[in-house]
Design a protein. Sequence first.
Length: 290
Amino acid sequence: MLHQWNRNRIGVLFLLPSILLVVAVTFAPIAYAIWVSLHQTFYLNLTKFIGLQNYVAFLQDPTGRDNILKSFTYTFGSLALALPIGMGLALLLNRPMRFRVFIRSILITPWIVSLVVTALLWAWLLNSEYGPVNFLIRLWLGAPFDFLGQPVPAMLTLILANVWQSYPYPMVLLLAALQTVPNELYEAAKVDGASAWQRYWKVTLPLIRNTLLITTIMLSLQYFNMVTLVFVLTGGGPVRATDVLSLRVYREAFAFNHLGLASAIAILIFIFNIVFSLLYIRALRAESHY
């Protein structure tokens, strides 16, 4: 027992620097953000303890509730496109074809493009005055279309730009999962007379379901916390049509210097992230038991 205790203590001592680093860069900032959110602030100074008033003020404000709605629209709208596209391309690339390595390299290219470059690229493509998309629209219809100047098209454009940049992530993960599915199962299903759809539904999907759920968790957290693409492409406009929670945090903290309110909104985002993760993990465990 003493020898085992000494071994465990040595292991803890080796892990201690990493544990302290994680606490310093993760848990300590979260704790400080919670503390700041409970105060009235003047620039970087905490002036008065006000409890949950920042949270109440944000949730009672129609603009705050609209920020939450916009974040959910952006997140689940992006998921609704990125996951099927990623799955479809993974299924396609899992099949034998000529130039498969080259095609994979081309399809993964958007993933290595930064969010700033993605936003600038889409802003140029859809520019109503000199963008190539509107040049074609002007030739066919006679008048350009302002994609970023109207509420609904602006949100759709933002979602499409996000999906274009992020679809390679689920594609790569799901392709890796597909390559672990034994080919003998498909051959057995063919012998039993299963159609292509039945083979996908009864063989492929159950075996890659865990990877699909984990991918959904990762994408949900990425989309819900994303600020760069929204800030550069739309800036939250037009008329706050794309003013998501993460952008509201940035604006309240660095444009208006409302650090208490910004911290409260950031903690709400953190809570939403925890809820998303717990729901997906619960679904993952339920499927594992099944």
